[in-house]
Design a protein around this ligand. Structure first.
Ligand code: C2E
Ligand code: MG
Ligand code: MG
Length: 626
C-alpha cells in the first residue's frame, strides 16, 4: 500500500514537472514566434502565451488535470484559429496537432485524448467543407523567413516534448524491468526456502523426494541402481542437553558442510529432520562402492567437532536401501533404509547395515507383537512368576525375584526376553513395569501375612522407567497400596542404566534409597563391570551373571574372574548372588568362593504365585535339615 502511494506521488511529480516544462518551452517558442508575428497572428500568439502561463501556474499548484486541459485546449484553439485565418487544411498550424494528441495521450486522461482527437477530426472535416463550399478561401502565403520560424518553433516544441516524454517512458520501462528482476529474485528465494532446510541449507525432505525422482529416472535410463543411505546420529541428544540447542545447531551445520565436501557432485545430501540425513547415491554399481561411501560418511561424522571451544564427538548409524531392488517409492525406501539403520544401531551403533527382506519381516513381527502386547496389558494377560534366592550357607530364602510371563492360549509361555525389548522401544514398559511393581508388592505382602514374615521381593527395572521421573511415585504408591515396608523391596538395575544416565538416575535412586528400598546390580559381568559405579549408586547386592557359570567349561574359564568379583564386592560390603545355578556342584563352588546367595534351577525355576508358598515351605524344610 505504502509502495503504491509512493509510486503515485512520484508519478504525479513527474507529470507536474513535464506539464510545467511543456508550458514553459511552448511559451518560449511562442514568444520567439511573436517577435516575427503581426496583426491577427500576434493576437493569437499573445493569447496562447497567456493561457500557457495560466496552465504553468495551475501545474505549479498541483492542479494537474486542469492544467493539462487548459494547455491542450488552448493550444488546439490557437492552432484552429491559425488554420481558419490562414491556409485552412494546408496551414502549417495543422502540423502541431500530432504533437498535441501525443501530449494528450501521455499527460491527460482518456477523455481528454478522445475529445481532442474528435475535435481535430471535426475541424479537418469542417475546414474541408468550408473550403469546398467557398465560405473560406485558403490563403496560401508565399514562403518567408517568419514561416520558417513558425515551422521550427512547432518542430522544436514537439520534438522536445516528445523527447522528454519518451525518456520518461524508457525510464519507466527500465524501472519496471528492475522491479521484475527483483520479483523474480524474490520468487527464486522463496522457492529456495521452500526447498531447503534453513539451518543447514541442505535440501529438505520434500525437495529430497523430487531429487530422488530425478535421480531415479536418470539411473533407470542407464540401468543403474540408486542407493539411499539413511544416517542417524547416535548420541546427538546429550550434546543438545549438555551444551544447549545453539551448540547442537552448530554441530549440525558443521556436519552438513563436512558431508557435502566429501560427496561426489552427482550425490545429494538431504536433511531428513532432526539429526537424520539422507544421501542419494546414483549409479552405485556395486556394494563395494557403497561400503566405502558409508565408511567415509561415518568417519567424517565421528571425527570430533569443535563447538564452544569444546571437542564434541558423535557417531552415526547408517541404513542402506537401493532402488529398484528394494522398491522405487521414496517413502517406502526411506522406511526400509530406516529399518536397516535401526539394525545398525542394534549391532552396536557407529556402523552401517543393508536392508533385506528378513529385516522387514522382523519389523512386521515386532509391530504385530506390539499390538498383541497392548491388548495383553489391557486384558491383564501377564503373570508374575517367582524364583527364590537361597543362602548358599544356610539354605534359607533371602528373597524371591519377580519374573514376567505371558501365557498363551495354547498353554505355551512367551518369555520376557522376547517382549521386553519391544515394550521398551515402544514405551509400553512404563505401564507394564508399574503393573509389575504393584503386583509384586501385593504378592509379597500377602506371603508375609501367610507366615513368610521376612520375605523380600526383587523386581527388575528397565532404563526407560527412569526417563519420565515418575518412578519414585509409582514405587511409593505400589508399596502403600500393598502395605509393604520399603525394606522388603529390592530393585534390580542393569549396568547400562548406570553408565548412560548418571545424574538423572542418581537423583531418583537417592530418593528411592531414602524410602528404604534397596538396589541390586543385575547380570554383573556382562556390561562395563565397573565396581566404582556400585558405590556411587548405593547398591546393596551384586548379581553375578549366569553366563559365567552356565556350563562346566564356562566355569573352568571364569572361576578366577568370579572369585575376583566376589572378593571385591564383599570388600565393598555388597551382598553377592550367583544367577543360574543348576546343580549342587556349582552351588558348592560358589559357596567356596564366598558367594552369599544363589538363584537357579537347582532350587527351582520361577513358579506361579499359587505354587510359591509350597515351594518356599519345601525350601525352608530343606534348610532346617542342613
Ligand atoms: P534376569 O533378571 O537376569 O532374570 C534371570 C533369568 O534367568 C530369568 O529368565 C530366569 O528364568 C533365568 N534363570 C534363572 N535360573 C536359571 C537357571 O538355572 N538356568 C537358566 N538357564 N536360566 C535361569 P527370564 O525369566 O526369561 O527373564 C529374562 C530377563 O527378562 C530377566 O533377566 C530380566 O532382565 C528380564 N525381565 C523379567 N521380568 C522382567 C520385568 O518384570 N521387568 C523388566 N524390565 N525386565 C524383566
Ligand atoms: Mg533380574
Ligand atoms: Mg540377571
Amino acid at each position: 500500500m505504502q509502495q503504491i502511494f509512493e509510486q503515485n506521488v512520484s508519478f504525479n511529480q513527474v507529470r507536474r514537472r513535464r506539464l510545467m516544462q511543456i508550458c514553459a518551452i511552448t511559451a518560449l517558442g511562442l514568444m520567439a514566434a511573436l517577435a516575427v508575428a503581426n496583426g491577427i497572428t500576434f493576437i493569437i500568439f499573445a493569447t496562447g502565451i497567456g493561457t500557457l502561463l495560466l496552465a504553468f501556474g495551475l501545474a505549479f499548484k498541483q492542479k494537474l488535470q486542469t492544467a493539462a486541459y487548459i494547455l491542450l485546449w488552448s493550444m488546439s484553439a490557437m492552432l484552429s484559429a491559425f488554420a481558419l485565418t490562414g491556409a485552412g487544411l494546408f496551414d502549417l498550424a495543422i502540423l502541431g496537432y500530432p504533437g498535441l494528441l501525443m501530449f494528450a495521450a501521455i499527460l491527460g486522461s482518456i477523455g481528454l485524448f478522445v475529445s481532442l482527437l474528435l475535435f481535430v477530426i471535426a475541424q479537418c472535416i469542417l475546414l474541408t467543407w468550408l473550403t469546398l463550399q467557398g465560405y473560406i478561401t485558403p490563403h496560401i502565403p508565399s514562403l518567408s523567413w517568419p514561416h520558417l520560424v513558425f515551422i521550427l518553433v512547432i518542430f522544436i516544441i514537439t520534438g522536445f516534448c516528445v523527447y522528454v516524454m519518451v525518456r520518461d517512458i524508457k525510464r519507466l520501462m527500465l524501472s519496471l524491468q528492475q522491479e521484475n528482476n527483483k520479483v523474480q529474485q524474490s520468487q527464486a528465494k522463496i522457492q529456495h526456502l521452500a526447498h531447503h532446510d534453513s539451518l543447514t541449507n541442505l535440501a529438505n525432505r520434500s525437495y529430497g523426494e523430487t531429487l530422488f525422482q530425478q535421480l531415479l529416472a536418470s539411473c533407470h535410463k542407464q540401468q543403474q541402481q540408486l542407493a539411499l543411505l539413511f544416517i542417524d546420529l547416535d548420541n546427538f541428544k546429550p550434546v543438545n542437553d549438555a551444551l544447549g540447542h545453539a551448540a547442537g545447531d552448530d554441530l549440525l551445520k558443521q556436519l552438513a558442510r563436512r558431508l557435502t565436501a566429501i560427496l561426489p557432485a552427482d550425490h545429494a545430501l538431504i536433511r531428513f529432520g532432526g539429526d537424520e540425513f539422507l544421501v542419494l547415491a546414483p549409479n552405485a554399481a556395486d556394494s563395494n562402492h557403497l561400503d566405502q561411501l558409508a565408511e567415509r560418511l561415518i568417519s567424517q561424522i565421528t571425527s570430533p567437532f569443535e563447538i564452544l571451544q569444546t571437542q564434541v564427538s558423535v557417531s552415526a548409524s547408517v541404513g542402506i536401501a537401493c532402488a529398484p531392488k528394494d522398491g522405487t517409492d521414496f517413502k517406502q525406501l526411506c522406511r526400509k533404509a530406516d529399518i536397516a539403520m535401526y539394525r545398525a544401531k542394534e549391532e552396536g551403533r557407529n556402523t552401517y547395515h543393508y536392508f533385506d527382506d528378513s529385516l522387514d519381516k522382523a519389523n512386521d513381527d515386532k509391530f504385530k507383537l506390539l499390538q498383541m502386547l497392548r491388548l495383553a496389558l489391557s486384558e491383564q494377560q501377564f503373570r508374575l512368576y517367582y524364583q527364590p534366592q537361597v543362602g548358599l550357607d544356610s539354605g534359607s530364602i533371602s528373597a524371591v525375584e519377580a519374573l514376567l510371563r505371558w501365557p498363551q492360549a495354547d498353554g505355551s509361555m512367551i518369555g520376557p526376553d522376547q517382549f521386553i525389548p519391544v515394550a521398551e522401544s515402544s514405551g509400553l514398559i512404563n505401564e507394564l513395569g508399574s503393573w509389575v511393581l504393584g503386583q509384586a508388592c501385593q504378592h509379597c505382602a500377602q506371603l508375609r501375612q501367610q507366615g513368610f514374615v521376612n520375605l523380600r521381593v526383587a523386581v527388575n527395572l528397565s532404563v526407560v522407567q527412569f526417563k519420565d521421573g515418575q518412578l519414585q511415585n509409582i514405587v511409593e504408591q505400589a508399596l502403600q497400596l500393598a502395605g509393604l515396608p520399603a525394606q522388603a523391596l529390592e530393585l534390580e538395575l542393569t549396568e547400562s542404566l548406570l553408565v548412560d544416565n548418571t545424574d538423572h538416575v542418581l537423583q531418583q535412586l537417592n530418593v528411592l534409597s531414602q524410602l528404604g528400598v534397596t538396589f541390586a546390580i543385575d547380570d554383573f559381568g556382562t556390561g562395563y563391570s565397573n565396581l566404582s559405579y556400585l558405590r556411587r549408586f548405593n547398591a546393596s547386592t551384586l548379581k553375578i551373571d549366569r553366563s559365567f557359570i552356565s556350563t562346566e567349561q564356562q566355569w573352568q574359564a571364569n572361576a578366577p574372574l568370579v572369585q575376583a568379583i566376589i572378593q571385591m564386592a564383599t570388600s565393598l560390603g555388597l551382598n553377592t548372588v550367583a544367577e543360574g545355578i543348576e546343580n549342587a556342584d556349582m552351588a558348592k563352588n560358589l559357596r567356596a568362593l564366598g558367594c552369599h546367595d544363589g538363584q537357579g534351577y537347582y532350587w527351582s525355576p520361577a513358579v506361579a504365585i499359587a505354587q510359591l508358598p509350597a515351594l518356599l515351605n519345601k525350601l525352608q524344610l530343606q534348610a532346617k535339615a542342613l
